[in-house]
Design a protein around this ligand. Sequence first.
Ligand code: ADP
Ligand code: MG
Ligand code: ZN
Length: 461
Amino acid sequence: MWQLLSQGNIDGIAGTAGAKTVSDKNIPSVSFEEIGGQESAKKELIEALEFVKDIHGVKHMGIRAIKGILLSGPPGTGKTMLAKAAACYTESIFVAASGSEFIEMYAGLGAKRVRNLFKEARQSARKNGKKSVIIFIDEIDVLGSKRGQVSSHMEYDQTLNQLLVEMDGLSIDDEIQILVMAATNREEVLDPALLRPGRFDRIVKVDLPDKDGRLKILRIHTKNKPLADDVNLEQIARETFRFSGAHLENLTNEAAILAFRENSMVIKMEHFMEAIDKVIMGEKLDRKPNRQEMKRIAVHETGHALVGEIMNPGSVAAITITSRGKALGYVRHNPEDDIYLMTKDYIEKQINVAIAGSIAEDILLKDRSTGACNDFEQAVKYAKTMLAAGMTELGVVDESTLPKEILYQEISKILSNSEKIVREILEKHLELLEQISEELIISESFSGEKLRELISLYKVA
Ligand code: ADP
Ligand code: MG
Ligand code: ZN
């Protein structure tokens, strides 16, 4: 039954609320090895799953059990596969539902459906002699959007509330351990109530694969296919910038079909090349950006990352230019402990990091681009916070009574001061900026550790 999952919404346990029992008797047979790239997602997930596997140890130490893990990332990157692999790894029964299947329900049924999902999960585990179940909820954003936003609607709220009630009721002392995994590609619209401790408090990012990741995925999906000697998977990986795992799987399949139609006994490089075009056109994907655009994105992100590292050593977790959607690339920072009080120093550093992308472009490419709008919004927001907290020369002021020009002046003073600092830093480390952005164009993404390695390497050289 679980094989049907990737095909649509109403899969996993059967349709109508509670009418049928769980039909997923099997534990999925997907292993983590079949998931290419996604090294950090796999690592984070496996770390969390160790707690599920060693429930006695967890109990002994008095650790709060993990109840929910959220997989967040674009479509086709392997979130469903990861959830199945998690079930396989922990020898858990796998039960799945999709957010969109709850919408089709009549009033009150969504909540009932959630209740039954949990009930049936327990029954299925008991029947199959298993101690644990993974409930996978795809498209969680459909029912878990911020209340009063997007699709919010009384019916979803009840469904969401029921999910929260069920999750809150899970206990480490239960006879059957339930782990809820959910997937979304719109993490930003989720109701914060979902992300609180004891709910989906582990968030695993599942990004588009970088070049290495794409190569691994291509290897996985060509393993069972006869390849001609001229096939160069590395070149295919290079030319499939921003393809997801699902696109790559589709690509290998299309190439095989083309070869088959030509009565060729093997799949040749030309088949792959034609298949790349087909996938790009069929899915309206962007072509690989030209070298100039890649350079601009890389310089921009390197600017953020470098200044981030210099301001707060060890703070960068990852840097990438393969991301899609609103951001062309991004720098991910290590999660900090919750900050309740922001110091002036902290806010100033945040402003510096925010504007560093644009300044890096300006210094190295003598021009800025439209890619940085969001960065400036961010910087202005921080500047306003400083103002409101009385951290400027104006002292304690009430923003609402402050004349517009003064407000504007003060903000631009903060920003231009920050710009001066960032400019100095980047000009001092111009070579570093250049070299790291070149590396980024080649490998498309790297970890914070790699960044720090490069920084010390180039600094010494
Ligand atoms: P998502 O849930 O993130 O939309 P899926 O896990 O449903 O993505 O992936 C859909 C299909 O794409 C998979 O069945 C697999 O063939 C392929 N795929 C996606 N990501 C990967 C990956 N990282 N490695 C191997 N195959 C992948
Ligand atoms: Mg999926
Ligand atoms: Zn930026």
